[in-house]
Design a protein around this ligand. Structure first.
Ligand SMILES: [Zn+2]
Length: 248
């Protein structure tokens, strides 16, 4: 029987039959995989604790008779236990795995997505980083690797330098006063978007919840939803959970 060993992040799990669980994984070298862990819900199972959502695991899978692979062994690489203790961090992490889970199953293996997801989870585990903009940064990076990075340095329609006053995900970026469409954006949000996407992500995460955070989080969710053509439940509830912008 053929087996494969890989590192993977657990995206989702669901119960199957009396005592089994199906796991959906994004693996480093084999893309999205679905596997069944037989007997995992029995208290004697050794597989169970490794298969929680968001865990980074080293996993051994075997080909089964059906289309599902079978989980043979699983070990934690990172469990990300700190982020599981904090509501904001946990919500942000769930939003990340939900978006990766929305990638169609027939997608090619993509080590870049695996690496980005593992890094984003590590950022959420890092107490020096605020969690609120980690999903937004992740969504925009996903758009970028699909060739859909938003245009942020000039009006996406006419090329004017500014002022840029709205963001339209469908048009692909920021727009000037004359061309404006989509969602109005503040000057703070424009500055924050540029910092986030053009090289100062760590600085932004260290600064915590800076002005424009809620706006940028909402823009990112809209852009990724528009890209996948469906509503992402966790991404949406995450925005609702964000505190209002500070008044200045
Ligand atoms: Zn314009």
């Amino acid at each position: 029987m053929n087996t494969l060993r890989d590192e993977a992040i657990v995206l989702r799990t669901y119960k199957s039959g009396e005592s089994d669980r199906v796991v959906v994984l994004w693996s480093k070298s084999h893309g999205k995989l679905r596997a069944i862990a037989r007997g995992v819900r029995k208290t004697t199972s050794k597989l169970g604790s490794g298969l929680e959502v968001m865990a980074h695991v080293d996993i051994l899978l075997a080909e089964g008779r059906g289309e599902l692979l079978q989980v043979r062994q699983v070990q934690h690489v990172h469990r990300f236990s700190a982020l599981r203790q904090d509501f904001d961090r946990l919500s942000a992490a769930l939003a990340l795995v939900e978006v990766v889970d929305a990638i169609p199953t027939d997608n090619e293996p993509d080590i870049e997505i695996f690496t980005m997801l593992a890094r984003a989870l590590q950022s959420l585990e890092n107490p020096d980083f605020a969690p609120h903009l980690v999903p937004a940064a992740f969504y925009f990076k996903m758009l970028a690797i699909d060739g859909s990075a938003p245009q942020l340095d000039e009006c996406v329609n006419c090329g004017a330098e500014g002022p840029l006053v709205s963001f339209n995900a469908e048009a692909g970026g920021l727009l000037c006063v004359a061309c404006r469409s989509g969602r109005p954006v503040s000057g703070d949000a424009v500055v924050l978007l540029r910092r986030l996407l053009l090289g100062d992500l760590a600085g932004v995460l260290r600064d915590g919840q800076v002005a424009g955070t809620a706006e940028v989080a909402a823009l990112a969710s809209e852009a990724i939803e528009q890209h996948f053509g469906k509503r992402l439940r966790v991404a949406r509830s995450l925005n609702q959970a964000l505190p209002a912008e500070p008044h200045r």
